[in-house]
Design a protein. Structure first.
Length: 387
């Protein structure tokens, strides 16, 4: 069965822009062309739009506008968090802790810092992808400056006990950063309640434009900038701001603010339906990640005995987009480091598909997806038995 229109199940990788966001951005592209650092009226009007957007996003996570730094991407925000803290620390404080399932932009930043003399520790996760808190406590040392642990994992959807980790770090006097790219706009976030010092969020995962993200930096936290220049963004990110994208990001946030609760309920229902249907109809299939503490948007299934790349390609030929892990690792023929850290074998990791749902996923799409996977697997089984 080939759907008449392509069906998209890769919202965790990126989202189509919401038409309401696009409309707002087109207005801004036409109107807000002034440089926000210019003294003249056009510049100052652009500055007003910038500060309104900052306030909208700050309010959404219970932060102050002055604590929001606009960047070009979550990758940049995560680099700024890790390197910014590392390079503003004293020589004696050089130990950073991350989890074993962080996004490559956190993991690779940490690896790079290791080559510059910083010491990096990785906290274990359990088979559900949940950070082992006792391992975290053991890894904390006198010279630890920063802990960076993601809010929800981008491959399996497991939510981490961020509030508990925030409490531990605050007590120990260690800065705490969370990469909230997969939770921002999906579940409520309150930076005060979570006790985070730094938080990353991105626009294109919430139906906003690509090329814009934020780093929340709690008042009083000192970090070094990566980009030096005209002193934009409280001196932490010099470069003329991408105002139409920032305005679009704020519009996407406003839509989430209005519809997040309803949307979460709807996606939760669809997610449960998809999980039940896959586990019931496809013998041997397994759900990866935490069955309870998870965001419903991201599902990850193993289909033992079947190659997930092949499944994804066959689904694509039918017009159905899914992924095998995070988009950044699709072309990397190594098994997913997240699934391996959770204790899956290489074979199991290679048999795993990520299916992510979003604003425009419908019940009918799920029915088509499950039927298509079942048919592909049945055909493959038949071919194997005839060999
Ligand atoms: N962090 C997480 C958890 C992600 O899922 C992603 C992208 O998938 C990123 C960071 C990096 O985002 P970007 O590639 O937009 O910079």
């Amino acid at each position: 069965m080939k759907p008449t229109k392509p069906i998209y199940f890769d919202f965790a990788s990126t989202c189509p822009i919401d038409p309401r966001v696009l409309r707002r951005m087109l207005q801004s592209l036409k109107r807000d062309f002034g440089n926000t650092m210019s003294l003249h009226q056009l510049g100052q009007e652009a500055k007003v739009s910038l500060e309104e957007a900052r306030e909208t996003i700050a309010n959404f996570i219970n932060a102050k506008p002055s604590e929001i730094i606009f960047t070009s991407s979550a990758t940049e925000s995560n680099n700024l968090a890790l390197k910014g803290v590392a390079f503003s620390s004293t020589v004696q404080k050089n130990h950073i802790i991350i989890s074993s399932i962080e996004h490559p932009c956190v993991r690779e930043s940490a690896k790079w810092l290791e080559t510059k003399g910083f010491e990096i520790s990785m906290v274990r996760v359990d088979r559900y992808g949940r950070v082992d808190i006792s391992d975290l406590r053991k890894k904390i040392k006198k010279n630890t400056i920063l802990v960076s642990i993601m809010h929800a994992n981008n491959e399996v959807g497991t939510i981490q006990p961020i509030k508990e980790i925030g409490g531990i770090c605050r007590k120990e006097g260690i800065l705490f950063h969370t990469d909230a790219v997969q939770t921002f706009g999906k579940i409520p976030i309150d930076v005060k309640e979570l006790k985070v010092d730094l938080l990353t969020a991105s626009s294109h995962k919430i139906y906003g434009p690509k090329g814009v993200a934020i780093l929340f930096v709690r008042e009083g936290v000192k970090i070094s900038p990566l980009l030096h220049g005209g002193g934009h963004e409280m001196g932490l990110r010099s470069s003329t701001v991408n105002l139409p994208a920032i305005v679009g990001f704020a519009e996407a946030v406003k839509i989430c603010r209005e519809s997040m609760k309803e949307e979460a309920k709807r996606i939760e229902k669809l997610s449960k339906m998809l999980t039940d249907d896959i586990l019931k109809n496809i013998k041997g299939s397994r759900l990866n990640g935490d069955p309870k503490n998870r965001i419903p948007h991201i599902l990850n299934f193993s289909f033992p005995g079947f190659d997930a790349h092949e499944l994804a390609i066959e689904l694509d030929l039918l017009g159905i987009a899914v992924s095998t892990g995070s988009a950044c690792s699709t072309f990397d023929l190594k098994p997913s480091s997240t699934l391996m850290a959770m204790g899956l074998s290489e074979k199991e990791a290679f048999s795993s598909l990520r299916i992510s749902l979003g604003r425009w996923t419908r019940k009918r799409d799920i029915e088509i997806l499950v039927k298509s996977i079942s048919q592909i697997i049945e055909r493959k089984k038949k071919c194997l038995s005839e060999k």
